[in-house]
Design a protein around this ligand. Structure first.
Ligand SMILES: *[C@@H]1O[C@H](CO)[C@@H](O)[C@H](O)[C@H]1NC(C)=O
Ligand SMILES: *[C@@H]1O[C@H](CO)[C@@H](O)[C@H](O)[C@H]1NC(C)=O
Ligand SMILES: *[C@@H]1O[C@H](CO)[C@@H](O)[C@H](O)[C@H]1NC(C)=O
Ligand SMILES: *[C@@H]1O[C@H](CO)[C@@H](O)[C@H](O)[C@H]1NC(C)=O
Ligand SMILES: *[C@@H]1O[C@H](CO)[C@@H](O)[C@H](O)[C@H]1NC(C)=O
Ligand SMILES: *[C@@H]1O[C@H](CO)[C@@H](O)[C@H](O)[C@H]1NC(C)=O
Ligand SMILES: *[C@@H]1O[C@H](CO)[C@@H](O)[C@H](O)[C@H]1NC(C)=O
Ligand SMILES: *[C@@H]1O[C@H](CO)[C@@H](O)[C@H](O)[C@H]1NC(C)=O
Ligand SMILES: *[C@@H]1O[C@H](CO)[C@@H](O)[C@H](O)[C@H]1NC(C)=O
Ligand SMILES: *[C@@H]1O[C@H](CO)[C@@H](O)[C@H](O)[C@H]1NC(C)=O
Length: 494
């Protein structure tokens, strides 16, 4: 029994380390059309305070790049649309750009990619013919500076170049761009770079005239009568975000290219809008961004590429009040410039999301199958990462010494730690939610008003959401916790 558990442990440990290495991330775009833009040092302080590890800049601001030095934050820098034309016409302009804006800052500033222009095909189509030449010249300059393995070159494109994104399996790029798209994919393939996609379910939903339910845009679960299914592949799409990413994968595949990963360089939801923009609300923005983070940190890809995580950058750090356009255009920010969150978000999966005052607990169900309870208890205290010291002999929650009582304590501890990142109160049907505080005597359950550790923010999770026995994989475990568990188990056995 112990040996089997040990072997499982070793396998899962290897798996957990792989997941760790491949773990998806959520970064943030930093637009600067902000009237009271904080200093670069303050911006970096806000990023660090919120454990944001990846940012994209739209240009190459020297102050920002200096402030980001030695921060271990990874940075995408931008070639502006105005610069694309000159770079695309001249290798020496490209080389100068690289030396001045990239070589001068690496490795102290961790520049990992250059985004060449922003939605060039749809915003400045006249420059499109020199887009890939510009990317090529920049890449060659990186090769000359021996930086090509550190810094990748790509170009963010709008979903608008895919005229009919649903169903994803039949999506294709607008054929008027065929030759440029072909050159682009060839370039990305040759340089091992990602396809950069700006994907906005907000626009997909608001321009869809009611074709899709808002739940689908906000990653909320859909009633079974309204499931969104691709009729050709029969894949279920839980969110428009996934469908947009898949539409792009299928469009790339239609050009016979494979293994070009997609990174979502922009997505988000405006928190405020004009009278004709009723969906731009704080509540929707909070729902979208939190569910997005949860979705991305679960490490899975879209249905057609389940193993390729969807690394994503939220649009955007601050409201850009100086931008033109509808009111919503100025309200995509997730922080006020003083660092106060516009809506509560957590970038690590560990919860900083303020809990609702009506507390809920997760406990063992009356009459639950004893074997399943035992299995659930073992899982919660092991892989689940619950702190089960209080139910050990001599500790406050040991008595009553029965599986139901111990399972209740362990389930709840797990649930308080993990529910904000998708952990469920299920345990093969043996668990249930209650608002009645199960604490008794000196046995204090996590989440009760008397508990010192309020579960939520105590354990940063390295990998995605947990869902005991509900999900299809073993990803429920925070890899770090699992490694600790495995090492401890190894010490016990050896
Ligand atoms: C970054 O750290 C290196 C090595 O510790 C140091 O030499 C350098 O001055 C630092 N750069 C900045 C911009 O802080
Ligand atoms: C830059 O990011 C890479 C990739 O994650 C990492 O391996 C490296 O240690 C980082 N460098 C610095 C200076 O933080
Ligand atoms: C494809 O792009 C061209 C050029 O921008 C545009 O005129 C045309 O309407 C687009 N086609 C579709 C189906 O969107
Ligand atoms: C791309 O990846 C392949 C295989 O991983 C490697 O052999 C090749 O050198 C890489 N090319 C570049 C330009 O990074
Ligand atoms: C992709 O490959 C298929 C089969 O080899 C071929 O029929 C098709 O024309 C190719 N498509 C493109 C865009 O090259
Ligand atoms: C991760 O998210 C995808 C897409 O929503 C979902 O299909 C999958 O079940 C999730 N995986 C886990 C382990 O929660
Ligand atoms: C930050 O700014 C917002 C909006 O201007 C304001 O509502 C909030 O009170 C400020 N917070 C702090 C801590 O100053
Ligand atoms: C908290 O619960 C109340 C009542 O159940 C609800 O109206 C409110 O929206 C909830 N707040 C949050 C942040 O979930
Ligand atoms: C586990 O809970 C006990 C109290 O029950 C506490 O003393 C201990 O610090 C906790 N351990 C961890 C790792 O949180
Ligand atoms: C919480 O603490 C208060 C004051 O110490 C005490 O009166 C109350 O009974 C405690 N509640 C629980 C559930 O232990």
């Amino acid at each position: 029994m112990k040996l089997r558990r040990w072997l499982t442990c070793v396998l899962l440990l290897v798996f957990a380390m792989l997941i760790e290495a491949l773990g998806a991330f959520v970064g943030v775009n930093i637009g600067t059309d902000v009237s009271d833009m904080p200093s670069a040092a303050d911006v970096v302080a806000i990023l660090k305070a919120n454990q944001i590890t990846h940012v994209r800049l739209y240009d190459v601001n020297a102050h920002m790049l200096q402030a980001l030095a030695n921060s271990s934050i990874q940075v995408i820098v931008g070639v502006t649309n105005e610069e694309v034309l000159r770079i695309g016409e001249s290798p020496s302009v490209a080389a100068t750009w690289i030396n001045k804006n990239v070589a001068a800052y690496v490795p102290a500033t961790n520049i990992t990619a250059i985004a060449v222009g922003s939605e060039v095909l749809t915003t400045i189509p006249n420059v499109a013919p020199v887009l890939v030449p510009a990317m090529n010249y920049l890449h060659r300059a990186l090769v000359a500076a021996n930086l090509n393995f550190l810094v990748k070159v790509s170009t963010p494109q709008s979903m608008d170049i895919i005229p009919k994104p649903f169903p994803p399996s039949t999506a294709a790029f607008n054929s008027s761009w065929n030759s440029i798209i072909y050159q682009l994919l060839q370039f990305l393939k040759n340089t091992n770079s990602s396809y950069m996609l700006n994907a906005y379910p907000y626009y997909g939903y608001t321009k869809g005239d009611g074709i899709f339910p808002i739940e689908y845009a906000l990653f909320r679960s859909l009633p079974s009568a309204k499931q969104i299914v691709d009729p050709n592949t029969l894949f279920h799409y839980n969110s428009m975000f996934d469908a947009m990413v898949d539409a792009t994968y299928y469009s790339i595949e239609a050009f016979n290219f494979s293994n070009i990963p997609i990174v979502v360089t922009e997505t988000g939801w405006p928190s405020f809008g004009g009278a004709n923009e009723p969906d731009a609300t704080l509540e929707n923005a909070e729902t979208y961004n939190n569910n997005l983070i949860r979705r991305v940190l679960n490490d899975s890809g879209p249905p057609s590429q389940p193993k390729v995580p969807i690394n994503t950058y939220i649009y955007e750090l601050f409201n850009e009040d100086k931008r033109n356009g509808p009111i919503s255009e100025k309200n995509w920010g997730i922080f006020d410039t003083n660092g106060t969150a516009v809506c509560e978000l957590s970038f690590t999966g560990s919860s900083r999301v303020t809990a609702n005052s009506s507390r809920v607990f997760c406990v063992a169900r009356d009459g639950a199958d004893p074997d399943k309870l035992e299995a659930g208890l073992n899982w919660a205290c092991g892989q689940g990462g619950a702190n089960c010291s209080a139910i050990q002999e001599g500790q406050p929650c040991y008595s009553p010494n029965n599986a139901k009582s111990h399972a209740s304590y362990a389930y709840n501890d797990y649930y308080q730690k993990k529910h904000s990142i998708g952990g469920t109160c299920d345990f093969d049907g043996t668990a249930t939610i209650t608002t009645v505080d199960p604490s008794y005597g000196s046995c204090i359950y996590a989440g009760s008003s008397n508990s010192s550790t309020n579960g939520g923010n105590s354990t940063p999770a390295a990998s995605g959401p947990a869902s005991p026995f509900g999900g299809s994989t073993n990803l429920q475990v925070s890899s770090l916790e699992y490694m600790i568990y495995c090492v401890l188990l190894a010490l016990v056995i050896l």
